[in-house]
Design a protein around this ligand. Structure first.
Ligand code: 1HE
Length: 276
């Protein structure tokens, strides 16, 4: 194996064990950040049955000391979506099972143990956009473009896109993408809210890593609540949401780590919140 690159923010080391055996992913650690790269560049990181299974395995088997994940793609594109060469004739039962397999893998990302930051460049198409939408934050380089060519291919989203994408960009924009093949770029994505940060060409991973390191420094209970409670509270009625918020708030604020962090601030030992 070639030596992984050194980054400015820390040494990048190969993983061992289960994760090292996943040949369609290239996985390294940088301190508490796990960097997962889609590693099928000759097929533009198209998601085959093996790749979706490996993504699922990776996110179910994060090393215990992982506090954030960076997800990026090797080659010129983040991900060209479903591997169309495997879209053979399936009966309805098998097709439902296939889609449910994607749902399980992407649920393991969205509702896993740590936040996931996607670094996007080039094509973020179909299932690639569904994958990016399951992550918690998205950084996009200028080459990024978003498309949902399912309409042109005669199919429909099946990897959670109809649930997650409208919540990020709105139903009207997703309808346009699917009916007309409309493409949006990185700047559009930032305007619509699906892109949290724009990065210069070649700087996406460094930007994503800097964000992941900030996330990794949070109290794990806070990250967990943001990932698991916030999207559920948003779907609840205001009354139920407020009550759930009170429960989660009480859980978080009574952890020993929260008490330590609050005391540190009161003793002048913690960073102030200042304009950057
Ligand atoms: C693929 C795939 C793929 C590339 N499945 N093999 N997704 C799409 O409809 C997008 C289809 N792909 C493209 O439009 C283009 O490939 C790209 C714009 C992404 C990149 O273009 P380019 O010129 O850099 O590469 P290429 O020459 O088109 O592709 C290189 C190889 O990757 C080639 O294989 P090769 O053996 O001839 O070298 C391509 O066939 C292969 N390749 N994309 C299979 N997607 C859960 S439901 C989700 C539904 C969807 O995701 S629908 C969207 C499907």
């Amino acid at each position: 194996m070639t030596q992984p690159p050194q980054t400015q923010q820390g040494q990048e080391l190969p993983v061992e064990g289960t994760l090292a055996g996943l040949d369609l992913l290239a996985i390294t650690t940088i301190g508490p950040v796990l960097h997962v790269r889609l590693n099928r560049p000759t097929k533009r990181n198209a998601i085959s049955d093996r790749l979706i299974a490996q993504l699922h395995t990776a996110f179910l088997n994060l090393p215990p000391d992982t506090r954030a994940v960076l997800l990026s793609g090797e080659g010129d594109h983040f991900c060209a979506g479903l591997d169309l060469s495997e879209l053979v004739a399936r009966d309805a039962r098998a097709a439902v099972a296939h889609s449910r397999g994607w749902h399980a893998a992407f649920d393991a990302i969205q509702f896993g143990s740590v936040p996931v930051i996607a670094v996007l460049h080039g094509a973020v198409i179909g299932g690639g956009l569904e994958l990016a939408s399951a992550c918690h934050l998205r950084v996009a380089e200028p080459s990024t473009y978003f498309g949902l060519p399912e309409g042109q291919r005669g199919i429909f989203v099946g990897g959670g896109g109809s649930v997650r994408i409208p919540r990020l960009i709105g139903t009207a924009r997703m309808t346009d993408m699917m009916l007309t093949g409309r493409i949006f770029d990185a700047a559009d994505g930032e305007r619509f809210g699906i892109v949290n940060y724009l990065a210069s060409t070649g700087e996406g991973v460094a930007k994503g890593l800097a964000l992941a390191q900030k996330v990794a420094a949070n109290a794990p209970m806070t990250s967990f609540a943001v990932m698991h409670a916030l999207p559920r509270i948003v779907e609840q009625s205001p009354s139920e949401g407020l009550f759930t918020e009170s429960l989660v708030s009480a859980l978080a604020s009574t952890t020993p780590e929260a008490q330590e962090r609050l005391q540190a601030f009161l003793q002048g030992k913690a960073a102030k919140v200042v304009k950057s």
